[in-house]
Design a protein around this ligand. Structure first.
Ligand SMILES: *Cc1c(COP(=O)(O)O)cnc(C)c1O
Length: 368
């Protein structure tokens, strides 16, 4: 059986170091808001190339609290429009509606799966305030184009970098393009904790400070509450786990790229469309997503050969019961993507031998 993602194996590589780090936290007697967190924040900011990093409880909170902070800072108000790709994971959109802002869904480029800059520009209205650019599957959205548009129309840019730690364009990494960026360290992400964790990166000192306060009951000073905040903090234990794993992310990205290259060079089947990579060297391959008109039969074919696949994602946001008000809109490219995509195993524990088996199986696939 070739598993899609075996987290036990993935963390086993680092068992000794993780256990040591865990013991360090246990022995310290300090479990929230201590040295592990502040060190991780500094290390991750440095990794992304930003001045600030604020740890929060998860990736959804990273996005939600950034938008909330902009409201507290007077930059956004109820009903303002936030442009977001229609084919993103639902969390990007939940962060918008949670803040009583209006998500404006925009079609992606069907080749890269990322938001189309052209469609973004067309969607701008006088109420547009933010572009929420999602770097889907490990590849940066077209940030040079999106940042130009934002500048021209005086918009804020929030990156959703949950799937793209370390991805870059022209040496500039995810997390360092927008006014702020949300990261998730959910265990299955490329930089994964051993539980929930998230962070915001930014070069805006005030924003960093408001987000930090919002995640701590709206308090800058103990027992004084400036905002009606929430509790959203990155635990010391998770920060310690992440500090171990951050040391290996770049070598893991190299391993992922090797596998992706095998797939790109060796998968040859007219029924299967490979992901398009205009900026090969910057993709971090969180997911390797192919498209086919015959998804169900391809999935069963792989399954029959012991290869586990997943679908990212089966139902777009505008077709979810949670967003009934968006149901009347039509996003044909997004809908086609949701019907055609299939993610095949690609992670640091996928062996060269397994990759060959997967390639062979994909190349053998035919319709009856
Ligand atoms: C995982 C993910 C999130 C949410 O992160 P959590 O840590 O699970 O809250 C947000 N956006 C995208 C694109 C994601 O993949």
């Amino acid at each position: 059986m070739i598993n899609f993602l075996d987290l036990k194996k993935i963390n086993e590589r680092y068992t000794l170091e993780l256990k040591e780090a865990c013991a360090r936290v246990i022995d310290s007697g300090w479990y929230i808001g201590g040295k592990e967190l502040s060190s991780f924040e500094q290390e991750f900011a440095k990794y992304c190339g930003t001045q600030y990093c604020v740890g929060v409880a998860n990736g959804l909170d990273a996005l939600t609290l950034t938008l909330r902070a902009w409201k507290e800072m007077g930059k956004l108000s109820d009903g303002d429009e936030v442009i977001v790709p229609a084919n993103t994971y639902i969390a990007s959109i939940l962060a918008i509606s949670e803040n009583r802002l209006t998500p404006i869904l925009v079609e992606p480029d069907p080749e890269t799966y990322n938001i189309s800059a052209e469609c973004v520009e067309k969607a701008i209205t006088p109420r547009t305030k933010v572009i929420l650019a999602v770097h889907l599957y490990g590849q940066l959205a077209d940030m040079p184009a999106l940042c130009n548009i934002a500048q021209k129309h005086n918009l804020l840019v929030l990156e959703d970098s949950a799937q793209s730690h370390g991805a870059s364009i022209e040496g500039r990494k995810a997390g360092n393009w927008g006014h702020a960026s949300g990261f998730s360290f959910y265990p299955g992400k490329n930089l994964g904790a051993l539980g929930d964790a998230g962070a915001v990166t930014t070069n805006d000192q005030e924003l960093a400070s408001v987000i930090r306060a919002l995640g701590n009951y709206g308090s800058y000073k103990k027992y004084e509450n400036q905002h009606r905040g929430v509790n959203s903090r990155l635990d010391e234990i998770q920060a310690a786990m992440l500090r171990v794993k951050l040391n290996y992310i770049d070598s893991e990205i190299i391993e992922r790229r090797k596998l992706a290259n095998v797939y790109i060079e060796e998968i040859k089947n007219d029924l299967i469309q490979l992901p398009s990579v205009p900026r090969q060297e910057q993709h971090v391959w969180h997911l390797f997503v192919v498209q086919t008109d015959h998804r169900e039969s391809l999935k069963s074919h792989l399954d029959a050969h012991g290869i586990q696949t997943l679908i990212h994602y089966p139902i777009p946001a505008h077709k979810q019961n949670a967003y009934k008000e968006l149901a009347s809109h039509s996003y044909p490219l997004t809908e086609a993507i949701h019907q055609r995509v299939l993610s095949i195993p690609l992670n640091i524990e996928t062996t060269a031998e397994e990759a060959e088996t997967i390639v062979k199986c994909l190349n053998n696939f035919q319709t009856k």
